[in-house]
Ligand binder design. Structure first.
Ligand SMILES: Cc1cc2nc3c(=O)[nH]c(=O)nc-3n(C[C@H](O)[C@H](O)[C@H](O)COP(=O)(O)OP(=O)(O)OC[C@H]3O[C@@H](n4cnc5c(N)ncnc54)[C@H](O)[C@@H]3O)c2cc1C
Length: 516
Protein backbone atom coordinates (compact mmCIF):
# COMPACT_ATOMS: atom_id res chain seq x y z
CA UNK A 1 0.00 0.00 0.00
CA UNK A 2 1.36 3.46 -0.91
CA UNK A 3 2.26 5.37 2.20
CA UNK A 4 1.12 8.91 2.95
CA UNK A 5 2.99 11.23 5.23
CA UNK A 6 1.31 11.53 8.62
CA UNK A 7 2.39 13.64 11.57
CA UNK A 8 4.80 11.66 13.77
CA UNK A 9 2.36 11.32 16.65
CA UNK A 10 -1.43 11.05 16.51
CA UNK A 11 -3.37 13.98 17.86
CA UNK A 12 -6.90 15.18 17.63
CA UNK A 13 -7.71 18.39 15.77
CA UNK A 14 -10.24 19.22 18.49
CA UNK A 15 -7.75 18.96 21.33
CA UNK A 16 -4.77 20.49 19.59
CA UNK A 17 -6.56 23.60 18.42
CA UNK A 18 -8.34 24.48 21.62
CA UNK A 19 -6.74 25.19 24.97
CA UNK A 20 -8.69 24.12 28.01
CA UNK A 21 -8.69 25.37 31.58
CA UNK A 22 -6.76 23.12 33.92
CA UNK A 23 -7.75 22.03 37.41
CA UNK A 24 -5.79 20.80 40.43
CA UNK A 25 -6.00 17.17 41.52
CA UNK A 26 -8.00 16.44 44.68
CA UNK A 27 -5.59 16.64 47.64
CA UNK A 28 -7.88 16.15 50.63
CA UNK A 29 -10.95 14.20 51.68
CA UNK A 30 -14.17 15.87 50.60
CA UNK A 31 -17.90 15.41 50.61
CA UNK A 32 -20.58 16.58 48.22
CA UNK A 33 -24.18 15.98 47.31
CA UNK A 34 -23.43 14.59 43.83
CA UNK A 35 -20.04 13.31 42.68
CA UNK A 36 -19.49 12.87 38.95
CA UNK A 37 -16.69 10.54 37.84
CA UNK A 38 -15.42 11.38 34.34
CA UNK A 39 -15.53 14.65 32.40
CA UNK A 40 -16.54 13.82 28.85
CA UNK A 41 -19.74 15.04 27.22
CA UNK A 42 -21.97 12.89 29.47
CA UNK A 43 -20.42 13.92 32.80
CA UNK A 44 -20.01 17.59 31.97
CA UNK A 45 -23.57 17.91 30.63
CA UNK A 46 -24.91 16.32 33.84
CA UNK A 47 -22.71 18.59 36.00
CA UNK A 48 -23.96 21.75 34.30
CA UNK A 49 -27.63 20.73 34.47
CA UNK A 50 -27.49 19.68 38.13
CA UNK A 51 -25.70 22.87 39.13
CA UNK A 52 -28.28 24.91 37.24
CA UNK A 53 -30.90 23.29 39.45
CA UNK A 54 -28.95 24.29 42.56
CA UNK A 55 -27.44 20.89 43.36
CA UNK A 56 -23.96 20.76 44.92
CA UNK A 57 -21.66 18.94 42.46
CA UNK A 58 -18.02 17.89 42.28
CA UNK A 59 -16.45 16.35 39.18
CA UNK A 60 -13.33 14.20 39.23
CA UNK A 61 -11.50 13.37 36.02
CA UNK A 62 -8.82 10.66 35.88
CA UNK A 63 -6.87 12.53 33.23
CA UNK A 64 -7.84 15.89 31.63
CA UNK A 65 -11.25 17.26 30.75
CA UNK A 66 -12.40 16.00 27.32
CA UNK A 67 -9.30 13.84 27.02
CA UNK A 68 -11.43 10.71 26.63
CA UNK A 69 -13.39 9.82 23.52
CA UNK A 70 -15.20 13.19 23.51
CA UNK A 71 -11.89 14.81 22.51
CA UNK A 72 -11.36 12.29 19.70
CA UNK A 73 -14.79 11.94 18.14
CA UNK A 74 -15.99 13.01 14.67
CA UNK A 75 -18.66 15.11 16.41
CA UNK A 76 -21.69 14.63 14.20
CA UNK A 77 -24.74 15.46 16.32
CA UNK A 78 -27.46 13.33 14.88
CA UNK A 79 -30.18 10.82 15.65
CA UNK A 80 -29.17 8.95 12.47
CA UNK A 81 -26.99 6.25 13.96
CA UNK A 82 -26.28 4.26 10.81
CA UNK A 83 -29.20 2.09 9.70
CA UNK A 84 -30.36 1.44 13.27
CA UNK A 85 -34.14 1.99 13.24
CA UNK A 86 -35.11 -1.06 11.16
CA UNK A 87 -33.01 -3.12 13.57
CA UNK A 88 -34.54 -1.51 16.67
CA UNK A 89 -38.06 -2.22 15.43
CA UNK A 90 -37.05 -5.87 14.91
CA UNK A 91 -35.35 -6.24 18.31
CA UNK A 92 -37.82 -4.14 20.31
CA UNK A 93 -40.91 -2.64 18.69
CA UNK A 94 -42.01 0.57 16.99
CA UNK A 95 -42.76 2.31 20.25
CA UNK A 96 -39.26 1.79 21.65
CA UNK A 97 -37.57 2.60 18.33
CA UNK A 98 -39.54 5.86 18.24
CA UNK A 99 -38.56 6.69 21.81
CA UNK A 100 -34.90 6.12 20.89
CA UNK A 101 -35.26 8.52 17.97
CA UNK A 102 -37.02 11.11 20.12
CA UNK A 103 -34.40 10.89 22.88
CA UNK A 104 -31.60 11.52 20.40
CA UNK A 105 -33.44 14.16 18.37
CA UNK A 106 -34.32 15.89 21.64
CA UNK A 107 -30.64 15.77 22.64
CA UNK A 108 -29.70 17.50 19.37
CA UNK A 109 -32.30 20.20 20.06
CA UNK A 110 -30.96 20.59 23.61
CA UNK A 111 -27.40 21.07 22.30
CA UNK A 112 -28.69 23.74 19.91
CA UNK A 113 -30.60 25.44 22.75
CA UNK A 114 -27.59 25.45 25.08
CA UNK A 115 -25.35 26.80 22.34
CA UNK A 116 -27.82 29.61 21.75
CA UNK A 117 -28.73 30.45 25.34
CA UNK A 118 -25.13 30.37 26.59
CA UNK A 119 -23.69 31.92 23.38
CA UNK A 120 -21.26 29.01 23.00
CA UNK A 121 -18.80 29.45 20.17
CA UNK A 122 -18.38 25.83 19.01
CA UNK A 123 -18.67 25.97 15.21
CA UNK A 124 -22.17 24.48 15.31
CA UNK A 125 -23.46 24.02 11.76
CA UNK A 126 -26.74 22.53 10.65
CA UNK A 127 -26.30 19.63 8.20
CA UNK A 128 -28.36 16.74 6.91
CA UNK A 129 -27.05 13.34 8.05
CA UNK A 130 -26.81 10.97 5.10
CA UNK A 131 -26.27 7.22 4.79
CA UNK A 132 -25.08 6.21 1.32
CA UNK A 133 -25.20 2.83 -0.41
CA UNK A 134 -22.77 1.71 -3.10
CA UNK A 135 -24.20 -1.74 -3.83
CA UNK A 136 -27.55 -3.41 -4.48
CA UNK A 137 -27.37 -5.04 -1.04
CA UNK A 138 -26.68 -1.61 0.48
CA UNK A 139 -29.74 -0.23 -1.32
CA UNK A 140 -31.89 -2.98 0.21
CA UNK A 141 -30.68 -1.96 3.68
CA UNK A 142 -31.51 1.69 2.94
CA UNK A 143 -35.00 0.79 1.70
CA UNK A 144 -35.72 -1.18 4.89
CA UNK A 145 -34.41 1.76 6.92
CA UNK A 146 -36.56 4.23 4.96
CA UNK A 147 -39.59 2.07 5.72
CA UNK A 148 -38.66 2.24 9.41
CA UNK A 149 -38.27 6.06 9.17
CA UNK A 150 -41.74 6.32 7.65
CA UNK A 151 -43.30 4.16 10.35
CA UNK A 152 -41.63 6.28 13.01
CA UNK A 153 -42.45 9.53 11.19
CA UNK A 154 -38.81 10.57 10.95
CA UNK A 155 -38.40 13.42 8.43
CA UNK A 156 -36.19 11.95 5.71
CA UNK A 157 -35.40 11.72 2.04
CA UNK A 158 -34.49 8.60 0.04
CA UNK A 159 -32.83 9.66 -3.17
CA UNK A 160 -30.89 8.36 -6.12
CA UNK A 161 -29.86 11.88 -7.12
CA UNK A 162 -26.12 12.44 -7.10
CA UNK A 163 -25.04 13.76 -3.67
CA UNK A 164 -22.07 16.04 -3.08
CA UNK A 165 -19.76 13.05 -2.84
CA UNK A 166 -16.85 12.76 -5.25
CA UNK A 167 -17.57 9.12 -6.13
CA UNK A 168 -20.60 7.29 -7.53
CA UNK A 169 -23.20 5.99 -5.09
CA UNK A 170 -26.40 4.07 -5.73
CA UNK A 171 -28.69 5.75 -3.26
CA UNK A 172 -28.76 7.94 -0.16
CA UNK A 173 -31.02 8.23 2.88
CA UNK A 174 -30.99 11.62 4.57
CA UNK A 175 -32.17 12.53 8.04
CA UNK A 176 -32.89 16.21 7.76
CA UNK A 177 -31.55 19.16 9.74
CA UNK A 178 -29.03 17.48 11.99
CA UNK A 179 -25.73 19.15 12.97
CA UNK A 180 -21.97 19.03 13.49
CA UNK A 181 -19.76 20.99 15.89
CA UNK A 182 -16.42 21.31 17.69
CA UNK A 183 -16.89 19.01 20.72
CA UNK A 184 -14.04 20.33 22.86
CA UNK A 185 -15.11 23.98 22.47
CA UNK A 186 -18.63 22.91 23.45
CA UNK A 187 -17.60 20.86 26.49
CA UNK A 188 -15.14 23.44 27.75
CA UNK A 189 -17.82 26.14 27.53
CA UNK A 190 -20.15 23.95 29.61
CA UNK A 191 -17.33 23.44 32.14
CA UNK A 192 -16.95 27.22 32.48
CA UNK A 193 -20.70 27.67 32.94
CA UNK A 194 -20.80 24.85 35.51
CA UNK A 195 -17.92 26.46 37.38
CA UNK A 196 -19.81 29.76 37.53
CA UNK A 197 -22.67 27.80 39.13
CA UNK A 198 -20.33 26.45 41.81
CA UNK A 199 -19.20 23.07 40.42
CA UNK A 200 -15.65 22.13 41.39
CA UNK A 201 -13.50 20.10 39.00
CA UNK A 202 -10.42 18.02 39.81
CA UNK A 203 -8.24 16.62 37.03
CA UNK A 204 -5.67 13.80 37.35
CA UNK A 205 -7.95 12.38 40.03
CA UNK A 206 -8.86 8.78 39.27
CA UNK A 207 -11.68 6.96 41.08
CA UNK A 208 -10.23 3.63 42.15
CA UNK A 209 -13.03 1.97 44.08
CA UNK A 210 -16.55 2.57 45.27
CA UNK A 211 -18.11 1.62 48.61
CA UNK A 212 -21.89 1.73 48.83
CA UNK A 213 -23.91 2.64 51.86
CA UNK A 214 -26.24 5.44 52.95
CA UNK A 215 -23.41 7.64 51.87
CA UNK A 216 -21.27 6.47 48.98
CA UNK A 217 -17.52 6.63 49.26
CA UNK A 218 -15.30 6.86 46.22
CA UNK A 219 -11.71 5.99 46.96
CA UNK A 220 -8.90 7.83 45.21
CA UNK A 221 -5.12 7.35 45.31
CA UNK A 222 -3.05 8.21 48.40
CA UNK A 223 -5.83 7.09 50.77
CA UNK A 224 -8.02 10.02 49.80
CA UNK A 225 -11.76 9.65 49.48
CA UNK A 226 -14.85 11.60 48.53
CA UNK A 227 -18.23 10.88 50.10
CA UNK A 228 -21.42 11.73 48.30
CA UNK A 229 -25.14 11.17 48.48
CA UNK A 230 -25.18 10.23 44.82
CA UNK A 231 -22.50 9.21 42.35
CA UNK A 232 -22.72 9.42 38.57
CA UNK A 233 -20.27 7.13 36.81
CA UNK A 234 -19.62 8.79 33.45
CA UNK A 235 -16.14 7.31 33.07
CA UNK A 236 -17.02 5.85 29.64
CA UNK A 237 -16.38 2.24 30.69
CA UNK A 238 -17.73 2.17 34.28
CA UNK A 239 -14.74 1.95 36.61
CA UNK A 240 -17.01 -0.01 39.03
CA UNK A 241 -17.82 -2.55 36.34
CA UNK A 242 -18.25 -5.57 38.65
CA UNK A 243 -21.45 -3.99 39.94
CA UNK A 244 -23.88 -4.90 37.18
CA UNK A 245 -21.28 -7.06 35.38
CA UNK A 246 -20.72 -4.42 32.73
CA UNK A 247 -17.59 -6.21 31.54
CA UNK A 248 -19.83 -9.00 30.20
CA UNK A 249 -22.20 -6.59 28.48
CA UNK A 250 -19.97 -4.05 26.72
CA UNK A 251 -17.90 -4.52 23.59
CA UNK A 252 -14.99 -2.06 23.14
CA UNK A 253 -14.55 -0.88 19.54
CA UNK A 254 -11.65 1.24 18.35
CA UNK A 255 -11.68 3.28 15.16
CA UNK A 256 -9.56 5.80 13.30
CA UNK A 257 -9.81 9.27 11.80
CA UNK A 258 -7.69 11.46 9.54
CA UNK A 259 -8.19 15.18 9.10
CA UNK A 260 -6.94 16.33 5.70
CA UNK A 261 -6.43 19.92 4.60
CA UNK A 262 -8.27 20.44 1.29
CA UNK A 263 -9.24 23.33 -0.91
CA UNK A 264 -12.60 24.25 -2.37
CA UNK A 265 -14.56 21.14 -1.72
CA UNK A 266 -18.30 21.13 -1.77
CA UNK A 267 -19.71 18.80 0.90
CA UNK A 268 -23.09 19.97 2.08
CA UNK A 269 -23.99 17.07 4.42
CA UNK A 270 -22.42 14.60 6.87
CA UNK A 271 -22.01 11.17 5.31
CA UNK A 272 -21.60 7.56 6.41
CA UNK A 273 -21.78 4.46 4.24
CA UNK A 274 -23.94 1.45 4.83
CA UNK A 275 -21.35 -1.09 3.64
CA UNK A 276 -18.12 -2.15 5.33
CA UNK A 277 -15.47 -0.90 5.83
CA UNK A 278 -17.07 2.15 7.39
CA UNK A 279 -16.34 5.56 5.92
CA UNK A 280 -17.66 8.51 7.89
CA UNK A 281 -17.13 11.89 6.22
CA UNK A 282 -17.66 15.49 7.31
CA UNK A 283 -16.02 18.86 6.84
CA UNK A 284 -14.26 20.94 9.49
CA UNK A 285 -13.74 24.68 9.22
CA UNK A 286 -10.29 25.75 10.48
CA UNK A 287 -9.80 28.91 12.61
CA UNK A 288 -8.36 30.91 9.71
CA UNK A 289 -10.75 29.77 7.02
CA UNK A 290 -8.86 26.55 6.24
CA UNK A 291 -11.01 23.70 5.06
CA UNK A 292 -10.53 20.13 6.22
CA UNK A 293 -12.22 16.89 5.39
CA UNK A 294 -12.48 14.45 8.28
CA UNK A 295 -12.66 10.78 7.33
CA UNK A 296 -13.31 8.09 9.94
CA UNK A 297 -13.51 4.32 9.82
CA UNK A 298 -11.44 1.11 9.91
CA UNK A 299 -12.90 -0.07 13.24
CA UNK A 300 -11.96 -3.23 15.10
CA UNK A 301 -12.25 -4.55 18.64
CA UNK A 302 -9.74 -2.80 20.93
CA UNK A 303 -6.37 -4.61 21.08
CA UNK A 304 -7.40 -6.99 18.27
CA UNK A 305 -5.79 -5.14 15.36
CA UNK A 306 -4.72 -7.49 12.64
CA UNK A 307 -2.17 -5.13 11.15
CA UNK A 308 0.09 -2.36 12.40
CA UNK A 309 -2.25 0.42 13.50
CA UNK A 310 -0.39 2.86 11.24
CA UNK A 311 -1.84 0.94 8.28
CA UNK A 312 -5.40 1.86 9.27
CA UNK A 313 -4.49 5.53 9.10
CA UNK A 314 -2.76 5.01 5.76
CA UNK A 315 -5.91 3.42 4.36
CA UNK A 316 -8.05 6.38 5.45
CA UNK A 317 -5.45 8.88 4.21
CA UNK A 318 -5.39 7.12 0.82
CA UNK A 319 -9.19 7.23 0.67
CA UNK A 320 -9.13 10.99 1.37
CA UNK A 321 -6.42 11.52 -1.22
CA UNK A 322 -8.18 9.43 -3.84
CA UNK A 323 -11.36 11.49 -3.60
CA UNK A 324 -10.36 14.99 -2.49
CA UNK A 325 -7.69 17.53 -3.42
CA UNK A 326 -5.68 16.83 -0.26
CA UNK A 327 -2.85 19.27 0.50
CA UNK A 328 -1.69 17.53 3.68
CA UNK A 329 -2.88 15.20 6.40
CA UNK A 330 -2.58 17.51 9.40
CA UNK A 331 -4.15 15.36 12.12
CA UNK A 332 -4.82 11.71 12.71
CA UNK A 333 -6.20 10.02 15.78
CA UNK A 334 -8.04 6.99 17.04
CA UNK A 335 -10.47 6.39 19.87
CA UNK A 336 -12.87 3.84 21.22
CA UNK A 337 -16.45 3.47 22.23
CA UNK A 338 -18.52 0.67 23.71
CA UNK A 339 -21.47 -1.19 22.25
CA UNK A 340 -24.18 -2.74 24.43
CA UNK A 341 -25.81 -6.08 23.71
CA UNK A 342 -28.96 -4.54 22.22
CA UNK A 343 -27.59 -1.26 20.71
CA UNK A 344 -29.27 0.94 23.34
CA UNK A 345 -26.95 2.63 25.88
CA UNK A 346 -27.07 1.83 29.58
CA UNK A 347 -28.07 5.02 31.41
CA UNK A 348 -29.55 4.96 34.89
CA UNK A 349 -29.23 3.12 38.18
CA UNK A 350 -26.10 0.92 38.01
CA UNK A 351 -27.86 -2.13 39.37
CA UNK A 352 -30.93 -3.09 41.35
CA UNK A 353 -30.36 -2.59 45.08
CA UNK A 354 -27.89 0.27 44.65
CA UNK A 355 -30.23 3.24 44.29
CA UNK A 356 -27.76 6.12 44.41
CA UNK A 357 -25.08 5.10 41.94
CA UNK A 358 -25.87 5.83 38.31
CA UNK A 359 -24.03 5.00 35.12
CA UNK A 360 -23.96 6.17 31.49
CA UNK A 361 -22.17 4.04 28.92
CA UNK A 362 -22.51 2.09 25.67
CA UNK A 363 -23.04 4.94 23.19
CA UNK A 364 -21.73 2.82 20.31
CA UNK A 365 -20.03 5.73 18.50
CA UNK A 366 -23.09 7.98 18.79
CA UNK A 367 -22.35 9.72 22.08
CA UNK A 368 -22.82 13.35 21.04
CA UNK A 369 -26.60 12.87 21.26
CA UNK A 370 -26.59 9.76 23.48
CA UNK A 371 -24.13 11.40 25.92
CA UNK A 372 -26.18 14.60 25.98
CA UNK A 373 -29.36 12.60 26.57
CA UNK A 374 -27.51 10.76 29.36
CA UNK A 375 -26.63 14.09 31.01
CA UNK A 376 -30.29 15.15 31.02
CA UNK A 377 -31.55 11.73 32.12
CA UNK A 378 -29.05 11.39 34.98
CA UNK A 379 -29.77 14.91 36.15
CA UNK A 380 -33.49 14.05 36.33
CA UNK A 381 -32.92 10.69 38.05
CA UNK A 382 -30.65 12.27 40.63
CA UNK A 383 -33.35 14.77 41.50
CA UNK A 384 -36.14 12.20 41.60
CA UNK A 385 -37.78 13.66 38.50
CA UNK A 386 -39.59 11.62 35.89
CA UNK A 387 -37.98 11.32 32.49
CA UNK A 388 -39.70 9.80 29.43
CA UNK A 389 -36.60 7.82 28.49
CA UNK A 390 -35.82 6.25 31.88
CA UNK A 391 -37.17 2.80 31.12
CA UNK A 392 -35.75 2.57 27.60
CA UNK A 393 -32.18 3.23 28.74
CA UNK A 394 -32.36 1.52 32.12
CA UNK A 395 -29.23 -0.64 32.60
CA UNK A 396 -31.38 -3.05 34.59
CA UNK A 397 -33.85 -3.43 31.74
CA UNK A 398 -35.72 -6.65 31.41
CA UNK A 399 -34.83 -10.10 30.21
CA UNK A 400 -32.30 -10.71 27.47
CA UNK A 401 -33.81 -11.13 24.05
CA UNK A 402 -32.57 -13.85 21.69
CA UNK A 403 -30.38 -11.43 19.76
CA UNK A 404 -28.86 -10.04 22.99
CA UNK A 405 -28.16 -13.54 24.25
CA UNK A 406 -26.36 -14.36 20.99
CA UNK A 407 -24.29 -11.17 21.30
CA UNK A 408 -23.60 -11.97 24.96
CA UNK A 409 -22.28 -15.43 24.11
CA UNK A 410 -20.27 -14.17 21.14
CA UNK A 411 -18.71 -11.34 23.11
CA UNK A 412 -17.81 -13.43 26.12
CA UNK A 413 -16.51 -16.32 24.00
CA UNK A 414 -14.22 -13.79 22.36
CA UNK A 415 -13.04 -12.55 25.79
CA UNK A 416 -12.48 -16.13 26.97
CA UNK A 417 -10.39 -16.83 23.86
CA UNK A 418 -8.31 -13.68 24.42
CA UNK A 419 -7.85 -14.53 28.12
CA UNK A 420 -6.19 -17.80 27.19
CA UNK A 421 -4.65 -17.01 23.82
CA UNK A 422 -1.02 -16.16 23.98
CA UNK A 423 -0.64 -17.26 27.60
CA UNK A 424 1.43 -20.27 26.56
CA UNK A 425 3.25 -18.65 23.63
CA UNK A 426 6.91 -17.96 24.06
CA UNK A 427 7.92 -14.99 21.93
CA UNK A 428 11.17 -15.49 20.09
CA UNK A 429 12.20 -11.81 20.17
CA UNK A 430 14.55 -10.37 22.74
CA UNK A 431 15.11 -6.80 23.89
CA UNK A 432 18.17 -6.59 21.61
CA UNK A 433 15.93 -7.00 18.56
CA UNK A 434 14.09 -3.73 19.22
CA UNK A 435 14.64 -0.75 16.95
CA UNK A 436 14.12 2.81 18.16
CA UNK A 437 10.44 3.77 18.53
CA UNK A 438 9.44 0.11 18.41
CA UNK A 439 7.50 -1.99 20.89
CA UNK A 440 6.84 -5.72 21.12
CA UNK A 441 6.49 -8.64 23.49
CA UNK A 442 9.93 -10.10 24.23
CA UNK A 443 11.34 -12.72 26.56
CA UNK A 444 13.59 -11.62 29.41
CA UNK A 445 14.76 -14.82 31.05
CA UNK A 446 11.54 -16.73 31.66
CA UNK A 447 9.40 -13.60 31.76
CA UNK A 448 7.23 -12.42 28.96
CA UNK A 449 7.79 -8.67 28.88
CA UNK A 450 6.23 -5.72 27.07
CA UNK A 451 9.16 -3.71 25.79
CA UNK A 452 9.29 -0.33 24.05
CA UNK A 453 12.52 1.40 22.99
CA UNK A 454 11.87 5.14 22.72
CA UNK A 455 13.37 7.62 20.21
CA UNK A 456 16.37 8.16 22.51
CA UNK A 457 17.05 4.45 22.82
CA UNK A 458 15.67 4.21 26.37
CA UNK A 459 13.90 0.94 27.20
CA UNK A 460 10.51 0.84 28.93
CA UNK A 461 9.62 -2.61 30.24
CA UNK A 462 6.27 -3.72 31.66
CA UNK A 463 4.56 -6.93 32.68
CA UNK A 464 2.12 -7.32 29.74
CA UNK A 465 -0.84 -8.46 31.82
CA UNK A 466 -3.88 -6.22 32.08
CA UNK A 467 -4.57 -5.24 35.69
CA UNK A 468 -8.33 -5.44 35.11
CA UNK A 469 -8.81 -9.17 34.55
CA UNK A 470 -5.44 -10.55 33.56
CA UNK A 471 -5.58 -10.71 29.73
CA UNK A 472 -2.34 -10.26 27.79
CA UNK A 473 -2.07 -6.79 26.28
CA UNK A 474 -1.00 -6.10 22.67
CA UNK A 475 1.28 -3.39 21.32
CA UNK A 476 -0.35 -0.52 19.38
CA UNK A 477 2.46 0.91 17.24
CA UNK A 478 0.92 4.28 16.29
CA UNK A 479 -0.42 5.21 19.74
CA UNK A 480 2.65 3.66 21.44
CA UNK A 481 0.32 1.99 23.93
CA UNK A 482 -0.47 -1.45 25.34
CA UNK A 483 -4.09 -2.32 24.52
CA UNK A 484 -6.13 -5.05 26.21
CA UNK A 485 -8.12 -7.20 23.76
CA UNK A 486 -10.64 -8.31 26.40
CA UNK A 487 -12.36 -5.20 27.78
CA UNK A 488 -10.49 -2.35 26.11
CA UNK A 489 -8.22 -1.02 28.87
CA UNK A 490 -5.22 0.83 27.47
CA UNK A 491 -1.86 1.70 29.05
CA UNK A 492 0.98 4.00 28.01
CA UNK A 493 4.37 2.44 27.25
CA UNK A 494 5.36 3.19 30.82
CA UNK A 495 2.31 1.27 32.05
CA UNK A 496 0.13 4.26 33.08
CA UNK A 497 -3.64 3.76 32.67
CA UNK A 498 -4.84 5.63 29.58
CA UNK A 499 -8.36 4.33 29.65
CA UNK A 500 -10.33 1.91 31.78
CA UNK A 501 -11.88 -0.26 33.04
CA UNK A 502 -8.43 -0.93 34.58
CA UNK A 503 -7.55 1.53 37.33
CA UNK A 504 -4.11 0.16 38.28
CA UNK A 505 -1.04 0.66 36.04
CA UNK A 506 0.85 -2.20 34.42
CA UNK A 507 3.68 -3.37 36.63
CA UNK A 508 7.08 -2.18 35.46
CA UNK A 509 9.90 -4.66 34.91
CA UNK A 510 13.64 -4.39 35.40
CA UNK A 511 16.14 -5.63 32.79
CA UNK A 512 16.54 -8.89 34.72
CA UNK A 513 12.78 -9.54 34.35
CA UNK A 514 11.82 -8.81 37.97
CA UNK A 515 8.72 -6.67 38.47
CA UNK A 516 9.46 -3.35 40.17
C1 LIG B 1 -13.63 7.45 16.30
C2 LIG B 1 -14.94 7.83 16.92
C3 LIG B 1 -15.79 8.71 16.26
C4 LIG B 1 -17.00 9.06 16.84
N1 LIG B 1 -17.81 9.92 16.17
C5 LIG B 1 -19.01 10.26 16.71
C6 LIG B 1 -19.88 11.14 16.02
O1 LIG B 1 -19.61 11.61 14.92
N2 LIG B 1 -21.06 11.44 16.62
C7 LIG B 1 -21.42 10.93 17.83
O2 LIG B 1 -22.52 11.20 18.30
N3 LIG B 1 -20.58 10.13 18.52
C8 LIG B 1 -19.39 9.78 17.99
N4 LIG B 1 -18.55 8.96 18.67
C9 LIG B 1 -18.91 8.54 20.04
C10 LIG B 1 -18.68 9.62 21.06
O3 LIG B 1 -17.50 10.33 20.78
C11 LIG B 1 -18.60 8.98 22.46
O4 LIG B 1 -19.70 8.14 22.64
C12 LIG B 1 -18.62 10.03 23.56
O5 LIG B 1 -17.61 10.98 23.33
C13 LIG B 1 -18.43 9.37 24.92
O6 LIG B 1 -18.53 10.36 25.89
P1 LIG B 1 -18.37 10.02 27.42
O7 LIG B 1 -18.57 11.27 28.17
O8 LIG B 1 -19.21 8.85 27.76
O9 LIG B 1 -16.89 9.44 27.56
P2 LIG B 1 -15.47 10.16 27.49
O10 LIG B 1 -15.46 11.31 26.59
O11 LIG B 1 -14.48 9.07 27.21
O12 LIG B 1 -15.27 10.69 28.95
C14 LIG B 1 -15.04 9.83 30.04
C15 LIG B 1 -14.01 10.47 30.94
O13 LIG B 1 -13.89 9.69 32.13
C16 LIG B 1 -12.52 9.70 32.53
N5 LIG B 1 -12.31 8.52 33.39
C17 LIG B 1 -12.22 7.22 33.02
N6 LIG B 1 -12.03 6.43 34.10
C18 LIG B 1 -12.01 7.26 35.18
C19 LIG B 1 -11.86 7.04 36.57
N7 LIG B 1 -11.69 5.82 37.08
N8 LIG B 1 -11.86 8.12 37.40
C20 LIG B 1 -12.04 9.39 36.89
N9 LIG B 1 -12.20 9.64 35.57
C21 LIG B 1 -12.19 8.59 34.73
C22 LIG B 1 -11.76 9.65 31.24
O14 LIG B 1 -10.43 10.14 31.40
C23 LIG B 1 -12.61 10.52 30.31
O15 LIG B 1 -12.17 11.85 30.25
C24 LIG B 1 -17.36 8.55 18.10
C25 LIG B 1 -16.51 7.67 18.76
C26 LIG B 1 -15.32 7.28 18.17
C27 LIG B 1 -14.46 6.30 18.88
Amino acid sequence: MASFELPQYPNSYWRELHSLSSFNPANKNMSTDVLIVGAGIAGVTAAYLLAKDGVQVKVIEGSKIASGTTGFTTAKITAQHGPIYHQLIQTFNEEKAKLYFEANQNALEQVKKLVKSLSIDCDLEERHAVIYAETEEGKRVLHAEKEAYDKLEIPSDLSSAIPTLPFPVEETLSMLNQAQFHPVKYVSALVKEAQKLGVTFHEDTRAMKIKNGDQITVELRDDLEITANKVLVTSHFPFNDEEGLYFTRLSPKRSYAVCAKVSNIDLDSMYINVEKPTRSIRTVQGPNGEQYVLVGGEGHKVGQHTEKTNEYYQTLANFAKQHYPVESIDYHWSAQDYATLDQIPYVGQTMTGIPNVFVATGFDKWGMTNGTNAGFLLSDLCQGRENPYEELFSPTRSKMKTEDAKNFLKENANVAKELISGKFDRPSDSVDDLKEDEGKIVMIGNHKTGAYKDQDGKLHLVKPTCTHMGCDVNWNDEERSWDCPCHGSRFSYTGKVLEGPAVEPLQQRALNGDTI
